[in-house]
Ligand binder design. Sequence first.
Ligand code: F6P
Length: 373
Amino acid sequence: MSKLIGLLTSGGDTPGLNAAIRAIGKAALNKYNMEIIGFLDGFRGLMENRSINLNSRTLSGILTIGGTILGTSREKPNKMHVGGKIMDMTDVIVENYEKNHLDALVCLGGGGTQKNAFHLQKAGLNIVTLPKTIDNDIAQTDITFGFDTALGIATEAIDRLHSTAHSHHRIIVMETMGHRAGWLALGAGVAGGADVILIPEIPYDINIIAESILKRSRSGKKFSIVAIAEGAISKEMAHMLKPLFQKLKSTENKEEKAKLKEEISDLERLRSNNTLRLSRELEHLTGLESRVTILGHLQRGGTPSAGDRLLATRLGTAAVEYIDQNVYGVMIAAKGKESKPVPLDKVVGKRKIVSPHHPWIHSARLVETCLGD
Ligand code: F6P
């Protein structure tokens, strides 16, 4: 008997999601004679049993479109907002999976989605996931779809900021997304020739940054571009956060855990507006005028790059091949030229961050980019 697959997109939207939906749908329908339905708005739609039939009509013309035709949300199966409360709706989701006679559920998402999907795998569902996020921070895959598009947008932004920074003899501080990983700021910074690149993995010293900008100024370059990741932190902040995270990892005591989490989020609140603060401090330390550009959701919007369309199509079609072979509990990862299934327990709870020895870091230092350390 042919299989019936459920599909959902969860977490922040990402360019390439529709390309992946199309790839999964077309391969399932055409090659394997499977049926496929798409649940709306992530795990919330699965809990509420809201779905659409994915057929040649709904799958047509979506390859180049940004966002996700299915809608998305950050709702978690075990912590869902229901009637003003947060409730564990895992049982309802399992019931709906069974009610729909699904043979497998494909979840397209980032780190949070991998965790939620693993939770459902443990609850008895047949799960296959794909790695999507502009942050590129999912473990066990070389790359995630969405990253290449966002990288292109951030690089183009740096290109454009150059001429205005140059004309006004200003510092321009440009903030990228990326959550706690520096891939976007680093990639765009190197590709766009930013003078300073600040990422969470390398805590910065503001005086070192100011000195590098002044050095440029003394050599006649009166402008500087600073590419900063939204999660970048100063050395002082890193010093305060590190012991808290270490304690959090080592304690099993619920009360202590809650207290530590509160302390961490108090410190994290101080981090908000970090980019604006950094810009003001640089003005003060260098005597140069500074402006801030926060790219925000521009990085997630619009048509996916060719690279993301290719990656999403490759991983999406591979997912269907593995479902045909009854391979479940896995994320389909990009490994070199291959698309390989990786058990979800090897993905969940880990994050792929930038190594200080990454070739992009090495090259950035060689072209005299200041990394703030
Ligand atoms: O994980 C993707 C991401 O775009 C992060 O880079 C960013 O921190 C976050 O999502 C923003 O989330 P939201 O769109 O929910 O504000």
